[in-house]
Design a protein around this ligand. Structure first.
Ligand SMILES: Nc1ncnc2c1ncn2[C@@H]1O[C@H](COP(=O)(O)OP(=O)(O)OP(=O)(O)O)[C@@H](O)[C@H]1O
Length: 266
């Protein structure tokens, strides 16, 4: 029997460990993602944020623990069932991961052609709807290489939304965008959450975005190989006593590092 989901939780993770060999990168992670929330996976470089995302979207089997998605034990169900669950999840990869040889319309149409029996005119209409949704005014026959980084992210988001997912996974959505582009993308993510009731899980280093839009999160630590804080980024910034989390969320150089910077004078 799956453990009962906390009221309103879309994803429940219990005792999770994962890594690429037998040695875990992260151990003993337990957290829930509330329905309709925007949940941040935080932590320094190399602590395992993107790898956790891979476990949550079905690309990497965990070493231990469970992931319940909408009450189903994601890694215990059959591969077919896992794929069905995955189709209700949209993913925006860090680079946008668009097919460079396909037009932007064909990129967005791809999941519709692969996983639905819709006719081409129906697909065309849906593609236009998704491009409108993300505020992309460029013609659908443009190629990804003709777009700015921010526009490519929007196309990636339109593709992630193609099958009307109720969970969106975003890997560093505002990486590489200028501050205005990042702010616009934040607004778009909020609008998608508010308009469609989507639940969003995002990996991000961008503190302004984390503070502006996330209402929950987990902070992974590379040294202890586990989570050292759970909570909304704003709360971790203002109220977390852990020195690593406090320094990260407030952009302070940890004391141990400043001693090195000072040539060990302190
Ligand atoms: N395919 C892989 N095979 C083996 N090791 C990997 C693989 N991908 C990542 N790693 C290692 O796993 C660890 C965690 O990587 P991951 O990319 O999840 O970290 P991250 O927190 O997302 O980092 P960053 O913030 O720099 O993107 C790192 O030590 C990395 O070198």
């Amino acid at each position: 029997m799956p453990p009962p989901l906390e009221d309103g939780a879309k994803i429940a993770v219990e005792g999770l460990a994962f890594g690429y060999g037998s040695e875990p990168i992260q151990n003993n992670l337990s957290f829930t993602v509330a329905t309709g929330s925007i949940f941040a996976i935080m932590g320094g470089s190399g602590c395992g944020k993107s790898t956790l995302l891979k476990v949550l979207i079905g690309l990497l089997r965990p070493l231990a623990g469970t992931v319940h998605v909408r009450g189903e034990d994601y890694w215990s169900v059959s591969a077919d069932r896992r794929e069905q669950i995955g189709r209700r999840c949209g993913v925006l990869f860090q680079s946008g991961a668009l097919w460079s040889s396909m037009s932007i319309a064909d990129n967005v149409a791809l999941p519709l052609r692969m996983f639905t029996a819709l006719t081409e005119p129906e697909i065309d209409r849906l593609v236009q709807l998704k491009l409108d949704l993300v505020g992309l005014t460029a013609p659908g026959d443009m190629m990804p290489s003709d777009l700015s980084g921010g526009m490519r992210k929007r196309v990636g988001l339109a593709r992630a939304m193609a099958l009307d997912p109720d969970i969106l996974f975003l890997d560093e959505p505002s990486a590489g965008l200028d501050p205005i582009g990042a702010r616009r993308l934040d607004d778009l993510i909020l609008a998608l959450r508010d308009g469609f009731g989507s639940t969003v899980v995002m990996v991000s280093h961008e503190l302004p975005s984390l503070f502006a839009i996330c209402d929950g999160g987990i902070f992974l630590d590379a040294d202890t190989h586990t989570a050292i804080a759970i909570g909304a980024p704003r709360d971790l910034r203002d109220r977390c006593d852990d020195p690593t989390v406090h320094a990260f969320m407030n952009r302070e150089i940890p004391k141990s590092d400043s001693a090195v910077d000072d040539g060990g004078q302190k």
